[in-house]
Structure formats: C-alpha cells, structure tokens
Ligand binder design. Structure first.
Ligand SMILES: NC(=O)c1ccc[n+]([C@@H]2O[C@H](COP(=O)([O-])OP(=O)(O)OC[C@H]3O[C@@H](n4cnc5c(N)ncnc54)[C@H](OP(=O)(O)O)[C@@H]3O)[C@@H](O)[C@H]2O)c1
Length: 351
C-alpha cells in the first residue's frame, strides 16, 4: 500500500489530490515550462503557435479548445509498413502527447478500451506531466437503476486510476450505447450518481459528466433531469452531423461544459479525399468549424501521427474563410460509405 501511495506522489511529495486541493479549481497550467522532450523531436514537432483556451462551463476550468481523443491509442490505424495497420507505440504516443502539451493541449479523453488509459498514462508518467493536464474517463455501463450499478462504477474507476497511474482523475463521464434507452430499461442514473458522489468524496474524481451514443432526444431529457447535477456533457458534432446545434443552448442553460467528439465522424468524413493535394487542410478546417460554435468548449479529436497533431491543433489559430467553409459544406453532404457511423447518420445528420 505504501509503495502504491508513494508511486502516486508528485515530484514535491504531495499526492495529486493534495496538490489539487492546494491549487484550487482552475489550477491546470498547461503548456507552461520547459520542453517535455529534450531532444530535437521536441522542436521539430512543435510550431510556435499555442492552442487557445476556453472556460469549461460550471467547472471554471481553463481548458484547451482542442483535446486528444482516447481512440488515438486503441485503434489500429498506423500503417505497419507491411500493408497492414497497427496501434501507435508508447514511444510514438509519448511524442504526440509531448508535442500536444507543448502546443497547449491540456485535455485527454479516454473510453472503454484499456489502451486508451494505459498508453497516455504511461506517456504522462514518462513526461512527468500528469499535473499539467486534465484526464477524463468514461464509465460505460447499463444504467439499470439498481444498487449493483454502483459496484460497476467503483470497479471501472479503480481500474482506470491504475491505468492512468494517478490517484485522481479530473472527469468521470457516464456513458451508454444507442441501444440503452428508457425503452430498453437502461436509463436510470440514480445509483450511478450516488456512486459518483462517493467517488468525489473519496477524492478519486473531481467532476462528473455524461454523454456518448445517446440520441439527441435523450440528451435533451438528460439535460432537463440531470443537468443541475452534472458538470459537463460530451456530444457528437461535426460539419455533417449538426443536431448538436439545437441541443447546446439547453446544455449551456444548465451551465454544463461542452466537450464535443467526432469532428471527422471517426475519419469517415475524410474518406477518399486527397489530403496531400487538392483537399489539403480539410481536417484542420473541420475542427475550425466545430470551434466556431460559441457553445463548444473542447473539440476532442482522434489522431494517429505527429502530422495529425500538428494539423489538428492548427485549427485553433485558423480562421475559416467563406471559400473554405463552402468547400466543407460540399464535402459534408456527399455520399460516404461505411456502417460504423450509422448511429450518427440516424439521429445526428442535419442537411
Ligand atoms: N464512447 C464514447 O463516449 C465516445 C465515442 C466516440 C468518441 N469518443 C471520443 O471522441 C474522440 C474523437 O472521436 P474519434 O476518434 O472516434 O473520431 P474523429 O476524431 O472524428 O476521427 C478520428 C480519425 O480521423 C482521422 N484523422 C484525424 N486527424 C487527421 C488528419 N489531420 N489528417 C487525416 N486524418 C485524420 C484519423 O483516421 P485514420 O486513423 O484513418 O488516419 C482518426 O482515426 C475519441 O477518440 C474519443 O476520445 C467517445
């Protein structure tokens, strides 16, 4: 036990919980200080620009308007040189995360697959950067409204704390799938909220939220019923799937911080584009589009290479010209094959 506690101590010997208590709510000073990677890779990867910040709703936290998505570490999307694909290695992830932090990123999301917590957890440890960033976990469980819901959340959170190599995560978001609805009986957050309260009292999580593959209608229902309780929500939003535009004012009315996901519909919006030629800059512009919405606090994107990091973050200092906005509209409404994003097409598409 003593060994576990000492592992979680910061350089100054305090646990992260103690540090946060001392620093207060808006304490994360991202991007400050010396380069994280001491070799040439650091300067090569990092342009002089920095990502801008927004205030994350009622949390009062200063957050980078672009965050790193957890799928970056769990999807096999990096060419393996043999015609196949693989996940980024820990070294590659560390390089991408270091470049992101140096460019001002301070928000790191994670979903269900274990690598989404273990890979950035190890990278942050190597960079000694846990105290410079905000970490978010998602608890994906059936909200049955029974006491056993609590145990699932406790176990899930404990497991994620270990993988992130920390004693406290900044956000814990309740998630659900498109099939888990009031009709299927999985839409009662009461015991889940009780569990989150206990985790907060224990100092293991700081803020709470919800969101995932809910339908737009369920989001509205959740804003109404639970919006006063939660601190943030996570909602899909991109140039093709724009239903969020109708929902975000209701989220803001409740003071919720807004974390958007899927700026490229998991990459589908980039299908068949000539990103090194005629369509260069489209990923950057797609994120710039999301950031144009004043209700958005963080646009969370998936990325697999250092080039993705540079391009995606450059959206923060890119103004979307009318001509490039028109190009996005055209791309948004073309026919794109692929079933993986069917849930987005069903509820979130807005022509
Ligand atoms: N369960 C949940 O609550 C939930 C659900 C969905 C998403 N999320 C969160 O939201 C984050 C974002 O969603 P996402 O990762 O699914 O989708 P996304 O950000 O819409 O798309 C990511 C994909 O876009 C491509 N890409 C990114 N930057 C690029 C660039 N500059 N140039 C070319 N291609 C680029 C990459 O595809 P290639 O790999 O093909 O290069 C990458 O895999 C996730 O990582 C996750 O943290 C949470």
């Amino acid at each position: 036990m003593a060994e576990r506690n000492s592992k979680r101590e910061t350089k100054t010997g305090r646990t992260r919980r103690q540090l946060l208590r001392q620093l207060g709510l808006s304490a994360v000073a991202a991007g400050a200080g010396k380069p994280l990677l001491s070799d040439a890779r650091s300067t090569e990867a990092t342009p002089h620009h920095k990502v801008k910040y927004r205030v994350l709703g009622k949390t009062g936290l200063r957050v980078s308007e672009i965050g790193f998505g957890g799928h970056s570490w769990s999807y096999e999307q990096v060419p393996d040189g043999k015609g196949g694909r693989r996940k980024p290695t820990i070294d590659e992830a560390t390089e991408m995360i270091a470049a992101g932090i140096e460019m001002g990123v301070n928000f790191f999301d994670s979903c269900t697959p274990l690598a989404e917590s273990s890979v950035p957890g190890e990278a942050l440890k190597r960079l000694d950067a846990r105290d410079r960033v905000l970490v978010s976990i998602r608890v994906s469980h059936k909200m049955k409204g029974i006491k056993a819901d609590r145990q699932e959340i406790y176990k899930w959170t404990e497991d994620r704390l270990k993988l992130w190599q920390t004693d406290c995560v900044d956000f814990c978001l309740l998630c659900n799938t498109a099939n888990d609805t009031p009709q299927s009986g999985y839409w009662d957050m009461s015991y889940s909220i009780e569990a989150l309260d206990k985790l907060k009292q224990q100092g293991k999580i700081r803020f709470t939220g919800f969101g995932c593959h809910f339908t737009p209608e369920l989001f509205l229902d959740a804003f109404d019923k639970f919006g006063d309780y939660f601190d943030v929500c996570s909602i899909p939003y991109n140039v093709r799937h724009r239903a969020a535009e109708q929902l975000l004012p209701a989220a803001k009315k409740k003071g919720l911080g807004v974390i958007t996901i899927k700026p490229f519909a998991r990459g589908h919006l980039l299908t068949d584009l000539d990103l090194k030629g005629a369509d260069a800059g489209v990923p950057r512009d797609m994120i710039a589009f999301v950031l144009q919405n004043e209700h958005v606090d963080i646009c969370t994107c998936g990325l697999h290479t250092i080039e993705h990091v540079r391009e995606n973050l450059s959206a923060s200092w890119t103004k979307l010209s009318p001509g490039r906005r028109k190009r996005l509209d055209k791309l948004a409404h073309r026919d794109i094959p692929g079933q993986e994003y069917a849930w987005l097409e069903e509820g979130w598409y807005y022509a």
